[in-house]
Structure formats: C-alpha cells, structure tokens
Design a protein around this ligand. Structure first.
Ligand SMILES: NC(=O)c1ccc[n+]([C@@H]2O[C@H](COP(=O)([O-])OP(=O)(O)OC[C@H]3O[C@@H](n4cnc5c(N)ncnc54)[C@H](OP(=O)(O)O)[C@@H]3O)[C@@H](O)[C@H]2O)c1
Length: 211
C-alpha cells in the first residue's frame, strides 16, 4: 500500500486525503499541534487514515504533500528529515483569493523558495493550479475534464506523483522541470485558475499557446 503524508491538515488536506484514501492510499495527517487534535478528522475519512507528528509522518510516507500556508512554511518544515523524500509543493504565495492576499516574493519561483526549506527533497509542483473547490468537485473526474498538471526536475519523483494522480482518476501531464514547465503552473501562470480541469485536448492546446 502506498502512503501519502500531509504536512498540514486544513482545507487542502481535508479535500485530498479522503479521495486518496478512497483510491487505496494510506493517508497520514499531521499539523503543528498533535495527532490527538486530528482524531475527529481521521475518523471521518473512509479507508486507511491516521494522524502522526510531522516527523513520524515523513518517516512513513512515500510522498509528502505540503498542505500549509505560505507564512507557515519556515516553521512547518524546519528540522524535518527531507533528504530523498518525494515532496509535492501544493503551496502558493498568497493568503487567500483576493488581490491583496498576494504575498510578494520578488522575481523568483515560489517552488525555488520552497526547495530551500526542504533540503534534499525531490520536489514536484502539483495540486496548486486550481482552487480547492475545483479539485474537490472534479476528482474523480466524471468525463474528459481530468487533467492534473505537475512539474519537477526529478523524473522518478514526477512519475510517482503522476501515479497518485492516475489513482485519483485524473490524467497527469508532466510539464517538465520546475524552472521551465513549473512556470506554467506557478501562481498567475498561464495554466492556472481555469476554474475547471482541462480535457487532454484542451490541455495540449493551452500548453502550445502558452508563452
Ligand atoms: N485556497 C485554494 O484554493 C488553494 C488551492 C491550491 C493550493 N492551495 C495552497 O494549499 C496550501 C494549504 O492551504 P489550506 O487552505 O489547506 O490552508 P489551511 O486550511 O489554513 O491549513 C493549513 C494547515 O497547516 C497546519 N499548520 C500550520 N502551521 C503548521 C506547522 N508549523 N507545522 C505543521 N502544520 C502546520 C494547520 O494546522 P495547525 O494550525 O493546527 O497546525 C492547518 O492544518 C496553501 O499553501 C495554499 O496556498 C490553496
């Protein structure tokens, strides 16, 4: 059984963990307080779900997803054993949907900032390119609208994340390294915030049209 660990147990984790558990993944949730605070959430998830400290979660997980807000990244990631771990960066440098929620990080890619906080991790950008309610509604997909994008510089890690996406019923499209394809799904990128998942044909056209 494959294990998906969540650093953070808020809206993103609560959307994705039940879907992953339903798809046959073992899910482990963690937060800054203690596993005891996650008992009700864990019990509400059908399938193999549990809670752990962040360090124990990382130890057991095949893939860890960063489901924390941008200002929490430093505190949440520091001192944890990231080396060699496949880590999904689902974060965006914003506090919410409004223009004033944007967090200015200058002319750098947010995933490059995140990479600096998870030394040695095999980082894959994914699950950040649409609002949470879009993923909530579109997974598992009902028809052809089923593309999830990912980007990362470690092909093996990308393939593992693509496998998770397939288990969720989606069609993964690997956009390549973070400093290339990752720009297409970085916040404000041309493949973000469509308020739906693309069909494979729509995704192909959108990638071809992207600058
Ligand atoms: N909003 C969207 O539609 C959307 C779409 C795609 C991606 N995202 C991104 O997804 C990420 C998560 O967003 P969200 O809405 O799920 O946030 P959220 O609901 O605020 O959840 C954040 C979680 O992080 C935990 N946390 C905070 N500090 C922590 C620490 N030091 N160590 C471990 N856990 C910690 C919090 O729990 P405790 O406080 O109990 O520790 C909470 O469970 C964000 O980066 C966001 O940009 C959002």
């Amino acid at each position: 059984m494959k294990t998906l660990g969540f650093l953070g147990a808020g809206r993103l984790a609560q959307m994705l963990a039940p879907k992953a558990a339903k798809a046959g993944w073992k899910v482990i949730l963690s937060n800054s307080r203690s596993p005891d605070t996650l008992v009700d959430l864990v019990q509400s998830i059908e399938g193999d779900a549990s809670a752990a400290t962040p360090a124990d979660m990382i130890d057991k997980a095949d893939i860890v997803i960063l489901a924390i807000r941008w200002p929490q990244i430093t505190a949440a990631t520091s001192g944890l054993p990231w080396n060699g771990k496949i880590v999904i960066d689902a974060t965006n440098n914003r506090l919410g949907p409004k223009p004033e929620d944007f967090i200015d990080i200058g002319n750098v890619l947010s995933s490059d900032v995140v990479a600096g906080h998870v030394p040695g991790a095999r980082l894959v950008k994914a699950f950040n390119h649409e609002p949470i309610p879009v993923f909530a509604q579109a997974l598992p997909p009902q028809g052809d609208a089923k593309v999830l994008f990912l980007a990362g510089s470690d092909a093996g890690a990308n393939a593992r994340v693509a496998g998770l996406m397939r288990d969720l019923g989606a069609e993964p499209i690997d956009l390549g390294p973070i400093d290339q394809g990752g720009k297409l799904i970085a916040m404000g990128g041309p493949l973000t915030n469509k308020f739906k998942l693309y069909s494979p044909a729509e995704a192909k056209a959108a990638i071809e049209a992207a600058p």
